[in-house]
Ligand binder design. Structure first.
Ligand code: GLU
Length: 428
């Protein structure tokens, strides 16, 4: 799991326009709520999470020193049901980012009709520089620190950036020890032998593929033969490259945290998948590497940002050549870049819809844990497809009827349910 490398170069200079993701989310939320004629009190309720816990976790490192890590857990709104969302391990995690991500989870669950509100967690750390044993101690330490506020009917974590089924297993084990009974429904994204669901690992990419197919129908292009550039080769990006390649698309570019490779004739995805390490690093094997930013501007029919936030900005949006942008990552496109692309006629399938496959199959995993009865792969795939096709259609119809971009439409569809539930509960 541990590969020491030079420092990644993905973190680029931020321009003035790349405002904090929480400000950006609140701005779009305000527009969405105004469009639905909700009063000021609704924005007041929804603009920040209901609960936010900051923890400091002391961990003994392998060399005998102690490092204290900062972590967060945000619970945006639990009017519909328990909160749900991943935990990211990343050096750039901030409190505002975790808050925004918890709001996006509420919107994802609202659009797809899952009985959850949004939650999110994060720890400021660089797992690429930690040993397996250090990661285990950190994962267990985080669960001990947040155990009071989480649980199978309270707040259910899952994987996110740089966390995986092994980390979920340690966390589930720690939680079960604290509660003194086996608690598979505490966390999703577990391995199959510990109550995971078939199809969970590849579910984000499956979901992106499903919504992308819907978007190609609107754009009047066919997926087979389309040229696709994918930024990111982690869980979402790598599975996605494989699924789209198998559908007959030509994957012309991929990237990781260290750079990108671009080949107009198409890349050999099977070779790249075999050669990547567990953090998705593969471009370091190539001498003709270009930067992540260069890849975003390379010719393609479909561009899929599947890495981190703030990648498509007002600087590069005018040079983006794709007809469809599908946001597999959370928050890859800024507000101004969304406007620039929309004005150019680019179809943007927003993150809160495009990346919802992960949480949908997490929901299936939680249902299976609660039932103690496990489903087949066909059942998972069919249910995932049904939910996403109808979610896409709801968002697209709203965008056409109200003449707003798909992002604003997605916020409207996603927030409506929380507002209604909060009203019935007498909160507003
Ligand atoms: N971290 C994923 C997301 O951002 C999945 C969350 C979940 O499965 O609860 O949607």
């Amino acid at each position: 799991m541990i590969v020491k490398q030079e420092k990644p170069i993905l973190v680029e200079e931020k321009s003035a326009e790349q405002v904090n993701v929480l400000d950006r989310t609140q701005k779009i939320m305000k527009q969405a709520l105004e469009k639905m004629n909700y009063g000021q009190e609704v924005l007041e309720l929804l603009k920040e999470p209901l609960r936010l816990l900051t923890v400091r976790i002391p961990i003994k490192m392998d060399d005998g020193t102690v490092k204290v890590f900062t972590g967060y857990r945000a619970q945006h709104n639990d009017s519909v049901g328990p909160t749900k969302g991943g935990i990211r391990f990343h050096p750039d995690v901030t409190m505002d980012e975790v808050k925004a991500l918890s709001i996006w989870m509420s919107i994802k669950c609202g659009i797809t009709g899952l009985p959850y509100g949004g939650g999110k967690g994060g720890i400021q750390c660089d797992p690429r520089e930690m040993s397996f044993a250090e990661l285990e101690r950190l994962s267990r330490g985080y669960v001990r620190a947040i155990s009071q506020v989480v649980g199978p009917t309270k707040d259910i974590p899952a994987p996110d950036v740089f966390t995986n089924s092994q980390i979920m297993s340690w966390m589930m084990d720690e939680y079960s020890h604290i509660r003194e009974f086996d608690s598979p429904g505490f966390i999703t994204g577990k391995p199959l032998v510990l109550g995971g669901s078939v199809g969970r690992e590849s579910s984000t990419a499956k979901g992106v593929t499903i919504v992308l197919k819907e978007a190609t129908k609107i754009a009047g292009i066919s997926l087979a033969g389309s040229k696709i550039n994918i930024q990111g080769f982690g869980n979402a990006g790598s599975f996605l490259a494989k699924f789209l390649y198998d559908e007959g698309a030509v994957i012309t570019g991929i990237s990781d945290a260290y750079g990108a490779i671009y080949e107009p004739q198409g890349l050999d995805i099977d070779y790249l998948l075999e050669s990547r390490d567990s953090f998705g690093t593969v471009t370091t094997l190539f001498s003709n590497r270009i930067s992540n930013q260069e890849l975003l501007e390379k010719p393609c029919d479909i561009l899929i940002p599947a890495a981190i936030a703030n990648q498509i900005t007002e600087q590069n949006a005018p040079n983006i050549q794709a007809k469809i942008v599908v946001e597999a990552a959370n928050g890859p496109t800024t507000v101004n870049a969304t406007d620039i692309l929309t004005n150019k006629g680019v179809i943007i399938v927003p993150d809160v819809l495009a990346s919802a496959g992960g949480v949908i199959v997490s929901y299936f995993e939680w249902v299976q844990n609660n039932q103690g009865y496990y489903w087949s792969e066909e059942e998972v795939e069919e249910k995932l497809k049904n939910i996403l096709v109808s979610s896409f259609s709801k968002v697209h119809q709203t965008s056409v009827q109200l003449n707003v971009n798909m992002r604003l439409a997605a916020y409207m569809v996603g927030l409506k349910r929380i507002v209604e539930a909060s009203k019935f509960r007498g909160w507003i």
